[in-house]
Design a binder for this molecule. Structure first.
Ligand code: HEM
Length: 160
């Protein structure tokens, strides 16, 4: 009986989204919204154009889903903790769009310093984000407002 219950509980844990969301530890760093790399937009309009934090979540997931299968970028993501990346990127984008969210991830320079990302790879990921925003139905002007916040981060992301 005990064994049967144990098997049941283990099966539950394996199926539980909580169990699937475990992040790997990272070296200590100072948490700050300044790590998001830009100041956020103010007001609620822009976030609404992205369909709120749910919309941001869908856009980030679709961007990463494409980035990890695209042969141009797949290799870069092989060793990445995607649970953490999805969480922190959602926080960062929502924060920049003016959501009442704290960005808890690392700054862009330290996050990407060992990734050896080039301009073509940077552009590939932007392309995926544009497709994801199109799919979400984000108006073109709102898309460009977000991209204008992300573009200057290229100098911290691209290292070769
Ligand atoms: C402006 C563009 C970009 C933004 C805003 C961004 C944002 C982020 C964020 C928030 C993190 C997680 C930070 C943390 O773990 O504390 C991260 C990590 C990462 N990013 Fe980006 N990123 C950008 C461009 C790219 C590009 C172009 C690639 C590859 C093609 C890329 C690959 C990665 C990888 C592999 C990691 C995980 C690093 C690790 O495992 O430590 N990023 N990025």
């Amino acid at each position: 009986m005990f064994i049967r219950r144990l098997i049941f509980v283990s099966a539950l844990a394996a199926a539980s989204p909580v169990a699937a969301q475990v992040e790997k530890p990272v070296d200590p760093y100072v948490q700050s919204n300044a790590n998001a790399g830009a100041t956020p937009f103010t007001g609620e309009q822009l976030l609404a154009a992205f369909h709120g934090q749910d919309g941001v979540g869908r856009i980030v997931d679709a961007t990463i889903d494409q980035g990890i299968v695209d042969p141009r970028t797949a290799e870069i993501f092989k060793a990445t903790d995607l649970v953490r990346l999805r969480r922190t990127l959602k926080e960062q984008i929502a924060y920049l769009l003016g959501a009442p969210v704290t960005y808890t991830g690392r700054d862009m320079k330290s996050s990407h310093k060992d990734q050896g990302i080039n301009t073509a790879e940077f552009n590939a990921l932007v392309e995926h984000m544009q497709h994801a925003m199109d799919k979400e139905g984000v108006p073109y002007r709102a898309q460009n407002q977000l991209l204008s916040k992300l573009a200057p981060m290229k100098r911290d992301v691209v290292t070769r």
